[in-house]
Design a protein around this ligand. Structure first.
Ligand code: SF4
Length: 279
């Protein structure tokens, strides 16, 4: 008999829940709804959203009575402007915590601070933060990049952080930046749901025989949870469906810990929990 422990914070964060709720409400009230990219990094959630009639597009085109749904990650100012020009009605599902990052960064930019974003350059959230600023910010995704940056002209800087970054990694980058910039303001914008997830995933794996982290391979926050857990418990596996689970992982294992990324729906967690129970 397996003893399964699921972290309290496993699965959707408040921002993703809100975005999905808004998407469903919008689908009930409008036709011709479009989204630039996937609503979350999870193929099953994406396919369910598709069934509601919301279409994924890569580029905004003129569309009669079009509705544009902005995802939880947010978007750059130019997207709102172009959508308005083309006559779209905008439904903004940007997570309030991401909006807060936008407003902090804009506020410091207005006070002539250079903005530094700690995050993944290619991630939509970072593209959105950058795209709401007037000047080009410095984007740092890892401490190694600091060496190649010229800070001579940076008199004062304000740091904001992509909401799902790893707390220890960010602290380390901030410490390095202190050596280069005298006046440095650090806005720790890692969101509360991410902090809770990271805290739980640093506590649970040491008491478990095996850890299962659930989320799509495209989910960056799931990847971070997996890495944190794997460091503590080498018997950590990353899956997105029960079909990816191998029975031999569980040989002689009793205590099974489960964590899941912010884009993992409860039904996938429940399916996997039931599958493990049945082994
Ligand atoms: S991870 Fe945090 S900031 Fe991002 S959508 Fe979820 S709650 Fe909002």
């Amino acid at each position: 008999m397996k003893k399964i422990t699921i972290t309290k914070s496993a699965g959707f964060c408040s921002g993703v829940r809100r975005a999905l709720r808004l998407a469903q409400q919008t689908a009930r009230s409008y036709k011709n709804i479009y989204m630039l990219g996937d609503i979350v990094h999870n193929p099953r959630v994406v396919s369910n959203i598709k069934k509601t009639g919301i279409k994924k597009i890569n580029k905004l085109k003129a569309q009669r009575n079009g509705v544009l749904l902005i995802r939880a990650h947010g978007a750059q100012k130019s997207v709102y402007e172009k959508a308005a020009r083309l006559g779209y009605k905008i439904i903004d599902a940007t997570c309030p915590m991401v909006k807060e990052i936008h407003s902090l960064a804009k506020g410091y930019e207005q006070k002539n601070y250079t903005i530094i974003i700690i995050g993944d350059k290619r991630h939509d959230e970072v593209i959105g933060i950058k795209g709401n600023l007037k000047n080009m910010p410095i984007i740092i995704s890892g401490r190694k990049e600091i060496k190649g940056i010229k800070f001579e002209h940076v008199e004062k800087a304000a740091i904001v952080v992509q909401s799902t970054q790893n707390q220890d990694k960010v602290k380390d980058i901030v410490e390095q930046l202190k050596k280069h910039i005298k006046k440095l303001i650090f806005c720790d914008t890692i969101c509360q749901p991410t902090r809770l997830k990271q805290k739980e995933i640093q506590l649970l794996p040491s008491s478990q025989d095996i850890m299962i982290i659930i989320g799509a391979k495209s989910s960056a926050n799931t990847k971070r949870l997996y890495e944190l857990s794997k460091k503590i418990n080498p018997n950590t596996y990353w899956v997105n469906s029960k079909s990816q689970i191998k029975k031999n992982w569980f040989k002689d294992k009793v205590k099974v810990g489960i964590g899941a990324g912010a884009s993992t729906p409860d039904y996938i967690i429940k399916e996997i929990e039931a599958f493990i129970k049945g082994l």
